[in-house]
Design a protein around this ligand. Structure first.
Ligand code: G6P
Length: 613
């Protein structure tokens, strides 16, 4: 949510910043802006995407070897040129970029107005830079000291970079809750919200810790302290990120690329963690805590969005296979509802980005209450990965499309391994059966590959038939109910069609009233146990002239006779079906969004990494 990039060093900053902003655009694209130092601070900013900013700058000479850039996801103040970052201080000497929310901006603003400050924007960020200016002026402080003291006075979340025209050649960067990474080059530094703008320049990085403030200069100096003024030593790490992973690789959109990557990312997530031949599953992170998890009072999954759907699948799997109590909570609800938690509970956060503000806060609360915390995360080194007691990465690689695809299947793969491993440890699955199940699990990437080939053109054709719909209903039972939720979320996220996911039997309690010949109903009908019941649900839809798109196992005949369209998936164990049934749902959403002329990778109002609550 909001992307930050900054540079100080011997090179021209503008091309570095623009390229960096493009890499970060998935975090927000309401406006983009850049500030460069060239005998003064010059700010260029524009509503809309980075491309709009480039067009606006056109042939203007943009010179400077120190600069900051921002791509915005609006919180305080509408998305327009004025509210776009960077923001000047009142005297124009300072400029700031900010990701996060300053919650106490209103009283601070009032106090500053009383001191004679005038504000030109509706943002909380402008208040912060005026506060820094005020402290600097009042006590004749350096920019770093004024920034540090200002940050002790604000409540909320922030990642900021500040520059000062009176002290050029220096950037001050700080964070609390929102992420910030510093790349170290040759007498130069790159600062960004994540490593994607940095990787092509250097692989030496320092992840700023919570409440740290760094000063970086064009002389190659790097000093670090806490906001509470305690000196720190930067911990330099090597980045494990490949530039190709950040490119579209011949696909029109990142989302399509990421859908097609799934056979590989799922195999990567399994690699070294299971062997069908030898009959074992080993999740490194879980090993030490396995007994605690098995004997836990409850496992509580906390997550948001797509990751919450993965948590629901985990609930079905772990309760069914390992007979351990599971609850799944929206992180945003859990953190504020004073839940009953004890040392015997295990709180498991699922997060692609590892930075979602509500999920982070839920974990912090769980830690305070003494629960063991575990992270199921994609982004290596992210905040959730760092604050949890233990965890497992899903190894899906960078996911750039705002609508999550490969991270979802990566999470489901990891959580399925977790469920099987716990069940095995508890002795709930006989050895020969366990090996047979694992052998089938190992086949899943190949089956997805086969499915991607077989259903792509079919999904395109179905998309053409239903792209004009105003509403859509997704139905599933058991473990495929969360898949129905995920299918509906994918459709509304990127095509702006109103869609709802329902447990198939619940349709009778409301949504059935909406069904007519214009309503596409996408039904997942692969569950062995409840197949006949789903057949009845399909009949109910057809009786009301609904348009049925059914996802069934290959060779299935009964539903095929009733459905308007059927998409066949390769046969597999019930427990693995979400990894297959979700694939046509992803493709359908993708093609519908394309037909409707939507920007698939950057849907309106959404952001990939939601670092504000
Ligand atoms: C945003 C994204 C979703 C994602 C959700 C949770 O809404 O657009 O794709 O599922 O945040 O994010 P996380 O990074 O915690 O999985």
């Amino acid at each position: 949510m909001c992307g930050i990039v900054a540079y100080v060093g011997p090179k021209e900053a503008y091309p570095i910043l623009v390229k960096g902003l493009k890499r970060l655009e998935y975090r927000g694209y309401d406006s983009a802006g850049i500030a460069l130092y060239n005998e003064g601070i010059n700010i260029y900013k524009k509503k809309g995407k980075v491309a709009n900013l480039e067009e606006f700058i056109g042939d203007q000479s943009v010179v400077g070897q120190i600069g900051i850039g921002h791509t915005r996801w609006a919180t305080h103040g509408k998305p327009d040129d004025t509210n776009a970052h960077p923001h000047y201080s009142g005297n124009g000497d300072l400029a700031i970029i900010h990701n996060g929310i300053i919650e106490n901006y209103a009283p601070l603003k009032e106090a500053l107005i009383n001191e004679g400050h005038t504000f030109h924007t509706e943002t909380d960020t402008e208040v912060l830079i005026h506060l820094i200016e005020e402290l600097q002026k009042r006590d004749n402080l350096s920019i770093e000291e004024a920034t540090r003291i200002a940050l002790t006075k604000v409540i909320g979340a922030f990642a900021i970079v500040v520059m000062d025209k009176k002290d050029p050649g220096k950037l001050v960067a700080a964070r609390k809750a929102s992420p910030l990474v510093i790349g170290i080059g040759d007498n130069e530094f790159y600062i960004a919200s994540d490593a994607t703008p940095i990787v092509e320049h250097t692989n030496q990085v320092v992840y700023l810790k919570n409440e740290e403030i760094a000063v970086l200069t064009d002389k190659g100096e790097f000093s670090l302290k806490t906001i509470a003024n305690i000196d720190q030593t930067p911990f330099v790490q090597e980045l494990d990120l490949k530039i190709e992973e950040l490119e579209k690789g011949g696909y029109d959109y990142f989302m399509l690329k990421e859908i097609h990557e799934q056979p590989k990312t799922i195999a990567d997530g399994m690699r070294g963690r299971l062997s069908a031949e030898e009959g074992w599953i080993r999740l490194g992170g879980i090993h030490e805590y396995e007994n605690k998890i098995i004997n836990a009072n409850r496992l509580i999954f906390v997550a948001c969005g797509t990751s919450w759907h993965s948590g629901m699948i985990a609930e079905y799997l772990i309760e069914e296979l390992a007979r351990i109590n599971v609850e799944v909570e929206y992180a945003s609800e859990f953190r504020y509802r004073n839940p009953i938690l004890s040392e015997n509970d295990v709180v498991i956060a699922i997060s692609q980005s590892g930075e979602t503000a509500d999920t982070l806060a839920a974990l912090e609360m769980a830690k305070e209450k003494g629960a063991l915390t575990y992270g199921v995360v994609n982004v290596v080194g992210s905040s959730i990965a760092r604050i949890t007691d233990a965890g497992s990465y899903i190894h899906a690689g960078p996911e750039i499309g705002v609508a999550s695809t490969k991270a979802f299947t990566g999470q489901v793969t990891l959580l399925t391994m977790m469920a099987l491993s716990l069940a095995h440890k508890k002795g709930m699955i006989p050895k020969s059966e366990f090996s047979r199940i694992l052998a089938e699990f190992e086949n899943i990437p190949a089956k997805i590959e086969q499915l991607l080939q077989s259903c792509d053109s079919q999904c395109q054709k179905i998309a053409e038939q239903i792209a004009d719909a105003n509403n859509a209903l997704y139905l599933g039972r058991g473990i495929n109910f969360p898949v129905a939720l995920e299918g509906a979320l994918k459709l509304k996220e990127i095509s702006y069609i109103h869609a709802e996911g329902y447990p198939a039997a619940e349709m009778k309690h409301g949504p059935i009233a909406l069904i007519d010949e214009n309503m596409p109903v996408i039904v997942t009908a692969t569950n062995m146990g409840s197949y006949e019941k789903i057949v009845s649900n399909v009949q109910e839809v057809k009786a009301r002239k609904g348009k049925v798109i059914a996802i069934v196992f290959e060779g299935e005949q009964e539903i095929k006779k009733m459905a308007d369209y059927t998409i066949e998936i390769p046969k597999t164990e019930d427990m693995f079906t979400p990894l297959l049934t979700v694939i046509p749902l992803q493709l359908l959403s993708y093609y519908i969004a394309l037909i409707r002329g939507c920007n698939v990778d950057q849907p309106r109002n959404l952001a990939k990494s939601v670092t504000v609550e």
